[in-house]
Design a binder for this molecule. Structure first.
Ligand code: SF4
Length: 61
């Protein structure tokens, strides 16, 4: 399981707050996801971030 942040991200920061192990804010103000597989111990919080994105910018890869 991996996640990808698409171009519709509005930079609200919610995902990085919910699951900082996977999502972080880039210098350009939008979120990025780690390229590696999501660690098992943060699968739940990563899924919560996925579902909580207000613009649906987080995609499963
Ligand atoms: S929750 Fe969605 S819109 Fe907000 S920073 Fe994360 S990817 Fe971007």
């Amino acid at each position: 399981m991996k996640y990808y942040v698409n171009d519709s991200c509005i930079g609200c920061g919610l995902c990085a707050g919910t699951c900082p192990e996977v999502f972080s804010m880039s210098d350009s103000g939008v979120a990025v996801a780690i390229e590696a597989e999501v660690p098992a111990k943060v699968l739940d919080s990563a899924a919560e971030a996925h579902e909580g994105c207000p613009v649906g910018a987080i995609e499963e890869v």
